[in-house]
Design a protein around this ligand. Sequence first.
Ligand code: NAD
Ligand code: G6P
Ligand code: MN
Length: 440
Amino acid sequence: MKKFSVVVAGGGSTFTPGIVLMLLANQHRFPLRSLKFYDNDGARQETIAEACKVILKEQAPDIEFSYTTDPQEAFTDVDFVMAHIRVGKYPMREQDEKIPLRHGVLGQETCGPGGIAYGMRSIGGVLELVDFMEKYSPNAWMLNYSNPAAIVAEATRRLRPNAKILNICDMPIGIESRMAQIAGLKDRKEMRVRYYGLNHFGWWTSIEDKDGNDLMPKIREHVAKFGYVPPSDEHGTEASWNDTFSKAKDVWALDPTTFPNTYLKYYLFPDYVVEHSNPEHTRANEVMEHREKHVFGSCNAIIQAGKSSAGELEIDEHASYIVDLAAAIAFNTQERMLLIVPNNGAINNFDPEAMVEIPCLVGKSGPEPLVVGNIPQFQKGLMSQQVAVEKLVVEAWEEGSYVKLWQAITLSKTVPSASVAKAILDDLIEANKDYWPELK
Ligand code: NAD
Ligand code: G6P
Ligand code: MN
């Protein structure tokens, strides 16, 4: 079996150790000859990398491992780039969340003004990774899950139209795992779904078991009462995420014939979200206090002891969709997956140039999107507005246009007026001056 060379871009990410453990658990179907980490923050990456070095030495000494901040070293001789960077890291996420809240608007990593601000930082970072890949390993594929994926995907569609980049999100996978549990199945892969939308903005229209039996009625009965909170929670979901899974019940009620992506709560119930936010302590604070502390604490313990049992790093089973995607390309498996791709007619009554999240068959030459057909007025209206926001952000970034970014924030369904949009924008510009292009 062919072995592959992978570079993880954003080696210092809190998700890197879980992904490394997941890659190690999947060597039978996606074998590695080389694994590299790349990050532009050498010190942050070093802690994660030195701990992963200990794990790799124990579990897979044959895989060549290295880490670097030098793009040439990182991107030379690779087959896949797995990209999960966060430009500006958690302190800027905190700003994205807190600035809109100061103006009474929700503060979220990928939705509303916070997501727009993050998009304005991410576009340049991800385009740079694409350019490194094309320069040093022109035949490689980039599997990107850096956020905000919708804006990043639109930027690469527009500015690097021929790049071999696939944008993917784990939210549908997380929700489908919950649906499978609700339906009494062991694995989400026992379901065959139809879904359409934008990233963090979509709906399931059909869920069947392998024999074609409709699972929607059973799932619907549960979702109507409990949202996506399953009968038993084996994974110990954090309280703030549990609220989101529970709120899906109200989001679902707006179209009971489908099932919604949880992120629609930010667009359909923004007032509720604001009321339930603490402007002094947002999700970024929770992540810094918990996940970041836990991951870096474990890595330091492993480094000190020189053995992996000294830490409490967990395999990110969830992330096996990344292996599914890599294996689909590497071995032409034709696996059916939800990807963020140019619409190009798949949703018949929708902008062909929008980046949409839809089922695709994935093989050696990339994704082959499946036809969705016509979508209803409610979804079409919401999606048209949101796609316009995403396109305006990319245009604003490309042209350095203040007015286009003001239009984008004004058009977001989470923002009540152009004056509020302007006040938020002016604060965001100040906070992002080290990251955004200058706006005129
Ligand atoms: P993190 O801050 O812990 O890690 C991000 C890393 O990226 C940091 O080490 C940082 O130094 C590095 N980085 C920033 N800018 C860079 C650049 N220009 N070049 C190289 N490296 C750079 O963040 P995290 O919480 O672990 O999340 C990482 C990313 O994964 C985020 O974008 C997050 O939104 C995304 N994510 C996506 C999904 C999905 O479903 N698509 C799921 C989970 C996380
Ligand atoms: C889900 C989404 C990701 C997002 C993450 C945030 O997994 O699909 O796109 O980055 O949630 O999680 P966090 O724990 O960082 O708030
Ligand atoms: Mn996502």
